[in-house]
Design a protein around this ligand. Structure first.
Ligand code: ADP
Ligand code: 5GP
Length: 196
């Protein structure tokens, strides 16, 4: 039974600060969902504690451009000015070869593109905070960005919210335990529907 649950695609996206990472970490810990994180390529500097090949495949802009030219990406975006991120076709093949389900954590434009490519084979979930005010508070209390960066992210979030109707599900992340339960339920239903 467990090994039949493979080959399904889950896409999680959100404006920055909405709780995407928190939800992705939770889903990866639910063992029977058989999810494997899709490791993206990116050109930003490695942060303390990050591991090449686990968090990202870190590469130089020249190497990234070379992979674009070779058509190695399913999708790629300049998510922040000067920082490129992309999903390698080889990464999806790696995960499907392991007979596992793929979990993507990508920005909103990347998620729209992946959903277009996979269609009904993928479940695309858009996570959002209950309001822009709450989003701002969460970014402030996370404490990883400067005041200017937070203002940029709030502006970007208001633009990204327009895309929410392109996704299969919209998850309003208000009470965290409820959001985690709902995300898990939707993912489980989707994976189980693929087994019939
Ligand atoms: P993202 O990956 O979307 O940028 P994070 O998962 O890092 O977002 O969450 C942003 C911040 O908000 C983190 O400090 C996280 O602990 C906190 N957070 C996430 N969900 C909730 C919630 N439902 N209620 C309160 N704080 C939350
Ligand atoms: P961070 O630099 O904080 O790890 O990630 C920045 C943003 O890039 C996040 O919103 C993350 O979801 C997004 N991202 C990570 N990998 C990819 C990818 O392969 N493609 C796209 N389009 N976005 C990605």
């Amino acid at each position: 039974m467990y090994f039949d649950m493979a080959g399904r695609i889950i896409i999680i996206t959100a404006p920055s600060g909405s709780g995407k990472t928190t939800i992705v970490r939770h889903l990866l810990n639910v063992r029977d969902l058989n999810l494997e994180f899709s490791v993206s390529a990116c050109t930003r500097p490695m942060r303390d504690g990050e591991i090449n090949g686990k968090d990202y495949y870190f590469m130089t802009p020249a190497a990234f451009r070379d992979r674009i030219r070779k058509k190695d990406f399913l999708e790629w975006e300049e998510v922040y000015k000067g920082s490129f991120y992309g999903t390698l076709k080889s990464e999806v093949d790696r995960i499907l070869g392991l007979e596992r389900n793929v979990l993507f954590d990508v920005d909103v434009r990347g998620a729209v593109n992946l959903k277009k490519k996979f269609g009904s084979k993928a479940l695309a979930i858009f996570v959002m905070a209950p309001s822009l005010e709450v989003l701002q508070q969460r970014l402030e209390s996370r404490g990883t960005e400067t005041r200017e960066r937070i203002a940029e992210r709030i502006l970007k979030a208001s633009q990204e919210l327009v895309f929410k109707d392109r996704f299969d599900r919209v998850l309003v992340n208000d009470k965290l335990h409820k959001a985690l339960n709902l995300a898990e339920t939707w993912v489980r239903e989707f994976i189980e529907a693929g087994m019939t």
